[in-house]
Design a protein around this ligand. Structure first.
Ligand SMILES: C[S@@+](CC[C@H](N)C(=O)[O-])C[C@H]1O[C@@H](n2cnc3c(N)ncnc32)[C@H](O)[C@@H]1O
Length: 223
């Protein structure tokens, strides 16, 4: 794929997202800046922003923040008094995106927890007022914990609320025989396959597996 210089990607993303802060935050992460990948990624995040607005989501959780691109997108999509509990042990990465979050004027919506996610979710569950109180959750972290996150998030998200799990195609490797998958990708491929099978059988949620980009699974908590 053709690599484009950061300023060019900023211009393209700004036009597509209507937010220069969001575009700059994405490019600052230096994770990926090829236009074809960014367009696929944008399809996914624009769907997420739309869902947040359709849901009128106010109270959300993000597991796996990195430099805060999806976090900033969420913060821009929820109302002024909306709140996001954002969890990641990597504060250094969050600090790269923080200036863009501040510039966008949405830092007040974010409660960043520098931690692994499971202890934070367990702590939230200790307070009965948190149970079934969240409208939305986005999970984009260690794939072998997705089911552990799912069990906790189902208690935290209200009926009718949405949970999105990212990377559920794991680079397309879920459709390949294991021997064709590079060894470093095998662990999360197996975890993703197990998660996809388990969630397809989970009657507590309605799901839609979306095959855009690296794949994401939208779950709606059922009564
Ligand atoms: C793919 S990045 C997240 C990208 C981010 N959602 C975005 O759109 O820019 C994955 C993140 O998950 C975090 N992570 C890994 N294991 C975690 C855990 N057990 N709890 C919370 N975060 C974790 C990593 O530190 C990393 O920043």
């Amino acid at each position: 794929m053709e690599e484009l210089p950061g300023p060019v990607v900023v211009e393209i993303l700004t036009r597509l997202t209507d937010s220069r802060d969001l575009a700059r935050c994405r490019v600052a992460s230096k994770s990926l800046n090829t236009v074809s990948y960014e367009v696929l990624w944008l399809n996914m995040v624009c769907s997420m922003a739309l869902l947040l607005k359709l849901l009128n989501a106010k109270k959300t959780i993000e597991v796996g923040v990195f430099t805060g691109y999806s976090l900033l997108l969420t913060a821009l999509a929820i109302p002024l008094d909306g709140k996001i509990i954002a969890i990641d042990p990597d504060k250094k990465a969050y600090d790269i995106g923080l200036p863009f979050i501040k510039k966008a004027g949405v830092e007040h919506k974010i409660d960043f927890k520098e931690s692994l996610a499971l202890p934070v979710l367990d702590k939230l569950l200790e307070d009965p007022s948190n149970r079934e109180s969240f409208d939305f959750a986005f999970v984009d972290a260690d794939k072998d914990n997705y089911w552990n996150y799912h069990e906790r998030l189902l208690k935290l998200v209200k009926i009718g609320g949405i949970i999105i799990y990212d990377n559920t195609l794991w680079g397309g490797t879920v459709a390949l025989p294991e021997e064709d998958v590079p060894t470093p990708k095998r662990r999360f491929r197996k975890a993703t396959l197990d998660f996809n099978k388990a969630i397809a059988d989970d009657s507590r949620v309605e799901i839609s597996a979306v095959s855009i980009g690296d794949g994401f699974t939208i779950c709606r908590r059922t009564p």
